[in-house]
Design a protein around this ligand. Sequence first.
Ligand code: HEM
Length: 262
Amino acid sequence: MSTRRRQPSRMQQAVDFPLDWLEERSGLVGGVKYFLFRKVPADTNWMQTLGSATLTAFLVQTVTGVILAMYYQPTPNDAYASIVNITDHVTLGWLVRGMHKWGASVFIILMFLHMGRVFLFGAYKYPRELNWVLGVLLLVMGMAEGFTGYLLPWDQTAYWASVVGINLNGTAPFLGPWLAQFLRGGQDIGAETLARFYSLHMLVIPGAIFALIGLHLYLVIRLGVTSPPWSKEAAGADRADEPSQLREGLTRPAARGAGESE
Ligand code: HEM
């Protein structure tokens, strides 16, 4: 039998060359392969795609939000008119605005469904408590994103909903009055408030969500995916590259699906 290796075809070389170039300089290709080809329990099911569905909804919000920001004008005089312009005159503006508006609800609903799945599978237990806490922060940020976005059309509904929301925040103990003042940017809701909500809505909160999702996914990859409660497998137990302490932890009964004995 010949031991000579077959020369890769020209097509193969054309694909390999840029990938090898990138890998040698960044290690990124190895990282992506690790992410895509990691082991998951054999009985992983559709409910475990809810996290990825939430991520997809967030990315849709990001893309449609960037397009809307190209036409939206965050001043009391122009905000509503710019929204009407997007809906009635910008090519496919009605579609992009509709996707962003309804997508916001889809994002929140998916986040709750994902959280429910994590809770019912007992996937918040050791060693994933920290990821649960990150998830709670994501939930808070997601709702803050909805609240700040609601004011932006600057119509009657938006205005009065924000008055109620800000006043509600103002009734919280200790930090409440300070928070209400910060959100209003003064005594009344006006130009300052709109600018503040816009900045929070399109810069601060999405930035925080991106960072939190990065940490959240890092922990998902590091800890492995939880088996369903009815599973006979221990999650991530056969991963040779785990630190030994963690590997031991993952094979302990507490790290198994919620339905298994502890
Ligand atoms: C922007 C919002 C969120 C995104 C994009 C997201 C994304 C994901 C993804 C892709 C996974 C892995 C696949 C899966 O289990 O579905 C995951 C797992 C997890 N998520 Fe989230 N998530 C979000 C919000 C939350 C919330 C609100 C919680 C709970 C309060 C949470 C807690 C967890 C936990 C504990 C895991 C590990 C589950 C396991 O190992 O089976 N996440 N998340």
